[in-house]
Unconditional design. Structure first.
Length: 147
């Protein structure tokens, strides 16, 4: 960012974002983006739009713009993955997070992937996952270290 005012607003937005004050962050990112557009501002703005306004399609589009402008920044992939999660698209989020890790190892992306850990198949596959036999066999085998 070249404009000092846009940079100052971006930093305020990032601080509010990290404190969980999404509405305040949204306002700061919008102001910063109106002064000077940058991929980083656009990416965070997109996540705030999805979070606060529920405009997931618009947010996905903005995140993809940020990725096209700055494809090697894993933060864009992190934000796009979170937008997909807000849109209840877990599989797409996982793919985006993995793509982000190809560009740089990022602990925040790794943490998101760990939260989304996929489940193992049921022990007895022809029974449903909710079947008590599957449930308790799975617990027992996991405690024994066999699963």
């Amino acid at each position: 960012m070249r404009d000092p005012e846009a940079y100052k607003l971006f930093i305020k937005g990032l601080t509010a974002f990290n404190q969980g004050k999404m509405l305040s962050a949204l306002a700061h990112f919008e102001k910063a983006d109106s002064i000077e557009q940058s991929p980083l501002t656009t990416s965070y703005l997109a996540l705030c739009i999805a979070n606060q306004r529920g405009q997931v399609r618009k947010a996905v589009s903005l995140c993809e713009e940020a990725i096209q402008a700055d494809p090697d920044n894993p933060v864009h992939y992190l934000n796009l993955g979170k937008v997909h999660l807000l849109g209840h698209k877990k599989e797409e989020a996982i793919l985006v997070f993995r793509e982000g890790l190809k560009h740089e190892v990022n602990q925040m992306i790794i943490d998101e992937l760990v939260k989304l850990e996929t489940r193992k198949p049921p022990v007895i596959r022809f029974l449903s996952r909710d079947n008590p036999l599957n449930k308790y066999l799975g617990i027992l085998l996991k405690k024994m270290g066999l699963r």
